[in-house]
Design a binder for this molecule. Structure first.
Ligand SMILES: [Zn+2]
Length: 206
């Protein structure tokens, strides 16, 4: 296999990238000078050193210290600790946060559960979520959990799984479970929705 094919194979493993697009990336890189390629390679190598995962919400953020560290949203004392929004991925978090209407805290699942998945608990951070909620109940007076999974089949399947998983602890501690308003068209991904849609989805949560 030549270098073009090898690199294209790597790109085709990226989310949402098919074989044709991955080849286009390779030819784009070939058209650039060596400095450009070096800059990209260096940035990729630095990613794991410069970016940490928050020990509380599991999102990636620029962090210096090794070990357990919370991101700036989780340590912000102005945030409403009684509300927890559960999203699938970092880009969903980024989009909701960018719009600035939601003042509570977050948890990033790190994936979705495919329909008919035999081991659903392994596809998302299920154990970590339960631990987090137990902590929130004790320390933060958690009152509401908002499911903000996407409207795809996997997103709905994930929501159903979470609902079953969290129902006992929610009922025991009188925590309300809600879902972002469903005014969005089917397949709309949270990472793309705009300010007005998020506002309405929050207002119309059920
Ligand atoms: Zn965090």
């Amino acid at each position: 296999m030549n270098t073009i094919q090898k690199l294209a194979d790597f790109f085709s493993r990226f989310p949402g990238i098919g074989p044709r697009q991955s080849k286009r990336f390779v030819y784009f890189l070939l058209s650039k000078d060596k400095n450009f390629l070096k800059e990209i390679s260096d940035l990729i190598l630095k990613l794991k050193d410069d970016i940490k995962m928050c020990c509380f919400c599991y999102r990636y953020f620029p962090g210096q210290k090794e070990g357990a560290e919370k991101c700036e949203v989780c340590v912000n004392t102005q945030r409403d600790k009684s509300v927890l929004m559960i999203v699938e991925k970092d880009t969903d978090f980024e989009n909701i946060e960018k719009n600035g209407v939601y003042k509570g805290l977050y948890f990033i699942l790190g994936g979705v559960i495919p329909v008919l998945e035999k081991k659903p608990e392994n596809k998302i951070r299920a154990k970590e979520l339960v631990k987090r909620i137990e902590k929130d109940v004790k320390e933060n007076g958690l009152k509401e959990i908002i499911f903000a999974t996407s409207l795809s089949a996997e997103g709905e399947n994930t929501r159903d799984f979470l609902n079953d998983l969290l129902k006992p602890i929610a009922e025991k501690n009188k925590i309300k479970i809600s879902t972002l308003g469903r005014g969005l068209s089917t397949g709309t991904e949270l990472e793309y929705i705009d300010l007005e849609t998020i506002k309405n989805a929050l207002k119309n949560r059920i």
